[in-house]
Design a protein around this ligand. Structure first.
Ligand code: ADP
Ligand code: MG
Length: 278
């Protein structure tokens, strides 16, 4: 795709992160353009969550640069040195970015509506009435209007994650980061959440998603990024990455999934094709 000189929505250059001397991200370069869906796959511990958290500075990266629509996130350059930016400016730069968490992270003592309103009234200091309106729209978008007054504990996991998505949507983000949004769910609740994510992608939402749902990733993603040991080792469109992987490490990683996809199933065997469901 020719993107001309368009500034990427998210741009990573040489991004590194160490925990206690252990380098868990080791120089990651990636551009995510407006309207793109990029899925991050890779073994547990490869740095996917850390990379996603660096993209909105929930985790402070310590090498390289993260830019949101061209603006450096988290730091400012002062006399050639890098200093941590003020929280106010960090919040401004990350404002277009919203996150959906694996464990939903809803407040258990607050209603669904209050949970979705919270980022608007607290972080964005929006008036209550306007926040209520935007939260209501976001809940409608994920089909959860009927549960606005429920507490999270009264909902299924799938419904809770739809609320988590509504909370992210309510701030009208330009890019959404999703960290294994369905991996905490019972299998029968996965599809309702994937369907919501798919509908967002159809609407042109820019998304970066960590997932183990390979068929789904192949279906919705423009590009798939395979990470290992804190690095991107392969990257490309789903056809090259998931359906016909050539990279040996990627082939090995996908082997269990390919074996399952090829196994005869009731109603016909599913090749890892565009139409296959997770
Ligand atoms: P993934 O999401 O791919 O499973 P993570 O980004 O969660 O990988 O973790 C990458 C590595 O960084 C792992 O070795 C993990 O133990 C380590 N790690 C992640 N977060 C922290 C932290 N807050 N403190 C120390 N080590 C961490
Ligand atoms: Mg993770």
């Amino acid at each position: 795709m020719n993107r001309g000189n368009a500034v990427p929505m998210v741009s990573l250059r040489g991004v590194g992160k160490s925990f206690d001397g252990h380098r868990v991200l080791a120089g990651v370069d990636l551009d995510v353009h407006a309207g793109e869906v990029v899925s991050l796959i890779g073994p547990s511990g490869s740095g996917k969550t850390t990379l996603l958290r660096c993209m909105n500075f929930l985790e402070a990266y310590d090498e390289g640069e993260v830019r949101i629509r061209g603006a450096l996130l988290g730091y400012r350059l002062a006399q050639g040195r890098r200093e941590r930016e003020s929280e106010r400016i960090i919040a401004e730069v990350r404002a277009p970015v919203a996150m959906v968490f694996q464990q939903f992270n809803l407040w258990p003592h607050m209603t669904v509506l209050a949970n979705v309103m919270a980022p608007l009234t607290l972080a964005k200091r929006m008036h209550e009435a306007r926040a209520r309106e935007l939260a209501g729209q976001a809940l409608a978008r994920v089909g959860m209007s009927g549960k606005a007054d429920a507490l999270p504990g009264q909902l299924s996991g799938g419904q809770q994650q739809r609320v988590g998505i509504a909370r992210a949507l309510a701030v009208h983000p330009e890019v959404m980061l999703l960290d294994e949004p369905t991996s905490a769910l019972d299998p029968e609740l996965v599809d309702e959440v994937l369907e919501v994510i798919k509908s967002l992608s159809r609407d042109g939402m820019t998304m970066v998603m960590v997932t183990h749902e390979m068929s789904f990733a192949a279906d919705v993603s423009d590009r798939i990024v395979f990470m290992e040991k804190g690095r991107i080792v392969a990257l490309g469109p789903p056809d090259d990455m998931v359906r016909r992987p050539t990279h040996p490490r990627l082939q090995a990683f996908l082997q269990p999934w390919i074996r399952r996809s090829l196994a005869p199933a009731p109603g016909g065997a599913g090749l890892p094709a565009r139409s296959s469901q997770p």
